[in-house]
Write a new protein. Structure first.
Length: 177
């Protein structure tokens, strides 16, 4: 009889141990998956106003159809005060008919498509009005919340990154009474 009690106790302990292992395993899996679920699958998180980390360019990213675009809202014009930002035009555009377009309001990035697997935006184009050139573009968010926009030609290794931080309100407006 005592041997049977030991066997029943051991069997009971064995099933409790297995239940505890299942709970532990599921807890570990849940802990690993939760942070990813918050950081992924939010393609609209790039929508809004972004200031370059150099504080010389503000853009607004918005969605049209299934793609994302960016337009210029503000540029630092301290390099030449005789040419205020609202008068500057796209003078280096290779298409002569487009050289009279204002830089403010100019769509400088388009065609970005969210890639769920990579949690980034790809297949876009970016226009550089300082040089009149179009480049391939992709964008991603850093762990610190910065927007990294990469303009490249052909291969991503041949490119340049621009970093932006999200802003809530434009910093160039002055409230007067």
């Amino acid at each position: 009889m005592p041997g049977r009690m030991v066997f029943i106790w051991a069997l009971h302990f064995h099933f409790k141990f297995i239940d505890m292992m299942k709970i532990f395993f599921l807890s570990v899996v849940m802990i690993m998956l939760v942070p990813q679920s918050f950081s992924q699958n939010n393609p609209g998180q790039i929508i809004g106003r972004w200031m370059s980390t150099e504080n010389n360019l503000e853009v607004e990213i918005y969605k049209v159809g299934g793609t994302y675009k960016a337009k210029v809202l503000w540029i630092d014009d301290s390099d030449d005060k005789t040419r205020p930002m609202n008068t500057r035009c796209d003078l280096r555009n290779p298409d002569e008919a487009l050289r009279k377009r204002k830089i403010i309001g100019l769509v400088v990035m388009n065609g970005l498509i969210y890639n769920k697997e990579n949690n980034d935006w790809e297949q876009g184009k970016i226009y550089d009005p300082q040089h009149g050139k179009d480049w391939n573009a992709k964008a991603s968010l850093t762990k610190g919340g910065l927007l990294r926009v990469r303009g490249y030609w052909g291969f991503q290794l041949l490119g340049k990154d621009l970093l932006f931080r999200k802003i809530l309100a434009p910093n160039y407006l002055t409230i007067t009474k």
